[in-house]
Design a protein around this ligand. Structure first.
Ligand code: HPA
Ligand SMILES: [Zn+2]
Length: 337
């Protein structure tokens, strides 16, 4: 009888990944050639070498510039497919994928092509990749709320297959309170709600995302450790936090993985998962993130299983699906015990 070795990584959900941020330099060059777009780098290796960031702003500049190669529904489909292929290898069983509709509208790419291209691949992701998927429309904090409201209305009018909304881009100077109308409208429309908060900004942004936006989940949220009262509250409420430790180091929100607040968040009893954010830009898909934090922080198998379990518990999946995934995580945990 043969027994297969226990998988080295747990099954997990990825809850914090921007589809535009999954653009590999090789695919960027392929799409550039296909669309007759010139990239200001001679080859993929030179582009990858530019993935060295001083802060969130310098990352957003390159991330936004590279979107120039995404022109057609087929481009968005290819991008999404490439991510799912790699995510499946990382042990991802469920992915909640964000996209930035405003970034593409600003470049004159029709909303239908963006949503249609991504959704065409997500529709069969479980069969094709063994990864179930949900789509999140993420709005830009540094653009006016009326702009976001207009795009949300268009997404609703066209019955875009989105499960919820998010909030991303620059954080400093753009507090959650600017987007109360957007989140109220999404809530009325029955959409789920997540928001980037406390990435570069203060813990108050996490509190405001919860209290003013009624966000159900917080993306990043690492600043929460600076506010003991808030930390106690989010632990009691089991608010999901989608933490991206490698992203935080690469964008210099945190000096190093060993100094990352992830252990403090775990210690406080938060419902915290680990995620990739923008994998090629930060040199790590979620399996690489798992390996890196495990090595840097000395995580135990039980702690890694708890992070994977939290990824399903923090998802927007129905309860019965969460329970089924939790059984798989538990099987992984005991297989290595
Ligand atoms: O981590 C992020 N923060 C803000 N905006 C973003 N857009 C892509 N990734 C991010
Ligand atoms: Zn993000």
């Amino acid at each position: 009888m043969t027994t297969s070795a226990p998988s080295s990584r747990p099954p997990r959900a990825e809850l914090h990944v921007h589809v535009e941020g999954t653009l590999e330099p090789g695919l960027a060059f392929e799409l550039a050639a296909r669309n007759g777009v010139a990239l200001p780098y001679p080859d993929p290796a030179s582009l990858r070498a530019a993935y060295d960031f001083a802060d969130l702003g310098s990352f957003l500049e390159l991330y936004t510039a590279n979107m120039a190669v995404l022109r057609t529904a087929a481009d968005f489909a290819d991008l999404t497919r490439a991510y799912l292929t790699r995510a499946a290898r990382a042990g991802v069983r469920h992915a909640e994928i964000s996209f930035d509709p405003q970034a593409h509208l600003a470049r004159g790419v029709p909303l239908e092509d963006v949503v249609g291209g991504i959704a065409s691949v997500l529709a069969t992701s479980a069969a094709d990749h063994g990864v179930s998927t949900l789509l999140i429309a993420s709005f830009h904090r540094d653009k006016p709320v009326v702009d976001a409201l207009d795009v949300l209305d268009r997404l609703l009018a066209t019955r875009a297959p989105i499960v919820g909304i998010g909030l991303d881009n620059a954080e400093i100077g753009y507090p959650p309170g600017l987007f109360t109308d957007l989140y109220a409208r999404a809530r009325e429309a029955g959409l789920r709600r997540t928001a980037h908060a406390g990435e570069e900004g203060p813990a108050a942004n996490v509190r405001d995302a919860l209290d003013l936006l009624h966000a159900e989940r917080i993306d990043h949220g690492i600043a929460v450790v600076q506010d003991p009262d808030l930390l106690t509250r989010v632990a009691a409420e089991q608010v999901p936090f989608t933490v991206c430790p490698v992203s935080n180091v690469r964008l210099r929100a945190v000096p190093s993985l060993t100094e990352h607040p992830l252990p403090a968040m775990i210690e406080a009893g938060l419902l915290v998962s680990i995620n990739s954010d923008d994998p090629p830009y930060f040199g790590a898909y979620v399996d690489d993130v798992d390996d890196a934090v495990t090595a840097a922080l000395g995580l135990t198998r039980d702690q890694r299983a708890a992070l994977a379990a939290a990824s399903f518990q923090g998802s927007f999946l129905p309860r019965d699906r969460v329970v089924a995934h939790l059984a798989d995580v538990e099987a992984w945990r005991v297989a290595g015990a």
